[in-house]
Structures are given as C-alpha cells and as structure tokens.
Design a protein around this ligand. Structure first.
Ligand code: GLN
Length: 190
C-alpha cells in the first residue's frame, strides 16, 4: 500500500478485512518486502513529488516493469499512466499502463458524483462508484482492456496484465470486489 499521500488508510482497512497482510509503503526497503501494491487516491502531483523525494520513483518503476501487481485508484491511476493530459507543469508519472488519462476530466461543475457501473469481470450486481475530481481514460493501447465505461462510453476502469486501475474509489463503498480481484493477481504471482 503506497502511503506517501492520499486515502491509503481506507485501502489498508479493506485489504486487512479481506485477510491480506497489508502494510504502508513509504521507502524502498518496504517496497521490496511486498508482493503487490495499491496506489491510492489523493493528489497525483503531490504523490509524484514525494515519490521522487523519497527515492521511491525509480524502485516503483522497476517493480512495475518486473510485473509486480499494482492497482491504482484515481490519483493512483494517473501515477500508473504512460501519458497524462491536463497535468501540472513538470508532473511525471511512473507509467506502465499504455493509456492516456485526462486529469479532473469532469470539470469543476461536476467535481464529484456517484453512479452504478456494469463491470462484467466482477459479475452482478453493478459496482456503485464514487468519483472525486476523477480522471478518465481517453485512449488505450492494444494490451489494455476496459473493465467499465460510463453511460457516455468514457472508460473508467482498465486492466493490463498485472496492472489494474479505476478512476473511482472502491475503498469508500464497502464493495470489496475490486480489491478481491486485485488480491487474486497478487496470489497468482506469488
Ligand atoms: N484530481 C486528483 C489528481 O489529479 C485525483 C483525485 C483523487 O484521487 N480523488 O491527482
């Protein structure tokens, strides 16, 4: 659980409730000790700066390249994206996901909203999704699959091998299926 900034405590609580041995990761040695990583929601520009300041950015890129399962929610999805639109000047990402995301894609009028999403990979019922100044995925490379789209067709959940990403916040709703889906990847890799 990347714990530099953002709502990592909520994710830790969900993972622990599912029986996972979840720990906060703030330094390279802690990253080496885990089999998978969740990058939480928060503020991608701050997470970017802190990850570089704490010497975590390069180890994180290496972990992603080596195939470690990583799940990014909201700002975490931005951190995993190869390309970001409406980024702050100088903002970098870890990359790994062959996607283009747009930050704050819903603008200031629709800062936050909730909706139900069909997620075929998770089955029934639909997932109740909370969006908070959320990004959307504007284009996907060949290796990326869309797991969920809004009614207007915009992609808000993606998967590429061991990478998983959602524009919204499953850690806030009590629906643990995305976390279970991710933990299955971690177990499989181990
Ligand atoms: N808008 C934030 C960013 O650009 C993401 C918001 C969130 O994680 N809830 O990083």
């Amino acid at each position: 659980m990347l714990a530099l900034q953002g709502d990592f405590r909520e994710h830790l609580a969900v993972l622990t409730s599912l029986g996972a041995d979840a720990v906060p990761v703030k330094r390279p040695s802690e990253l080496q000790a885990v089999d998978g990583l969740i990058i939480p929601g928060g503020e991608s520009t701050v997470m970017d700066k802190l990850s570089r300041l704490f010497g975590l950015a390069e180890p994180l890129k290496e972990a992603i390249a080596s195939g470690m399962p990583v799940y990014g929610t909201c700002a975490g999805l931005i951190m995993l994206s190869d390309t970001v639109r409406d980024s702050n000047e100088g903002q970098q990402t870890l990359g790994g996901f062959d996607i283009v995301v747009r930050r704050n894609a819903f603008g200031s009028q629709l800062d936050s909203f909730e909706t139900d999403l069909d997620v075929p990979a998770l089955g029934e019922p639909p997932v109740h999704a909370v969006f908070i100044r959320a990004p959307v995925v504007e284009s996907l490379g060949d290796a990326v699959s869309a797991l969920a789209t809004l009614a207007d067709g915009r992609v808000v959940a993606v998967e590429q091998g061991n990478l998983l990403g959602t524009s919204f916040h499953p850690e806030m709703t009590g629906d643990t299926r995305f976390h279970e889906y991710f933990l299955a990847k971690v177990r499989e890799r181990r």
